[in-house]
Design a binder for this molecule. Sequence first.
Ligand code: SAH
Length: 407
Amino acid sequence: MTTIILKPHKEESLKRFHPWVFSGAIARVVLDAAHEASAPQEGELVRVESSNGDILGVGHWQIGSIAVRILEFGVADLPQDYWHQRIRAAYRVRLSLGLLNSNNNTFRLIHGEGDFVPGLIIDVYADTAVIQAHSVGIHYCREAIAEAVVAEVPQVKNVYYKSDDTLPFKADISGMKVGYLVESGKPKVESEEFWSKENGLEFRIDWLRGQKTGFFIDQRENRALVERYASGKEVLNMFCYTGGFSLYALRGGAKHVDSVDVSQKAIDLVNANVAHNFPKATNHTSVCADAFEYLSAQKTAGRTFDLIILDPPAFAKHRDAVKNALRGYQRINAKAIEMIRPGGVLFTFSCSQAVDKEAFRLAVFSAAASVGRKVRILHQLHQPQDHPINIYHPEGEYLKGLVLYIE
Ligand code: SAH
């Protein structure tokens, strides 16, 4: 195995279990005698040592500023049953959280660094697990991961691999393709019969054509909170995607729900989900439109709402986009606050990892101040328990939300 030797004192963060080795921390790379190439290859398993020869751990080599993502600390090699161990441990956590019951079979099984497996996301929808690799190393392990998931998680009968938009340097990876790694004969997403349950509501989840792994499980708890506020309300669900918040609002007794998304595919899914769960509902409208244009048009028409949900895509995908993102959050929140009736509520979110809690709150504060309403914070929301934050890797905190009462 290739050994990566760090510069003096650069082992400190690894000793505190932070899983990333930055390229600037590396003193030397020692290839083993059998190594075919003259440098480590992206995705290969490497051993990391301190300058005085202490073994720090093993991880996947990457090209870029993060050079190694550590899979296991303090060992010279991965145990034979590594994937089984990690998936078993993660599954045990989900079981203890009560996420598998007659009302719910939708959950995140592995949340990257949050489950001590950098680069790996696994979401489970009923009997199908969807694997997403965020590193080439994980891509190479996909078959072993799929085998371990089926062995360790009894409900899983199909494993779908979907990494076409998450892998760096994907052009260089031979055999990169999306598709089933494990497949049973049961109805899957292609079938009208496939539904995945979240808190008793049933969703059609399209991992083949949908965004990310097909569904945003991370809003489960926050959707349940919307349900508690929805009774008798006129609700506007902006950036609705598959209509998660809309379904909870309908179940909570909303007077009317408007769902808005710029993607027609998303709107088709919302309509299918509403029709399946509330076949008699006449109080839901879906609109395919750009959020900013839609809000402006509604304002011109003099429309107001009791409850608005703003759950936009990450406005800042990188650190250097933060300033523009904050301006975007401020603008859209100001537009929403203006349209809330006195005594109404705004659920507002940011899933940009690069925008921290304080910065997001400041953007919403500026929005409120620019509109000049009296605004109270009722709840501060975050990602749910099946998207855990590794205590040694605070960068894993990405979803934040505020529930505001607007006088
Ligand atoms: N709230 C959703 C997840 C939202 S994901 C849930 O609970 O599942 C973000 C959504 O915003 C995506 O569906 C995307 O199509 C939509 N979107 C992106 N840009 C948009 C825009 N300018 N106007 C309206 N929708 C947009």
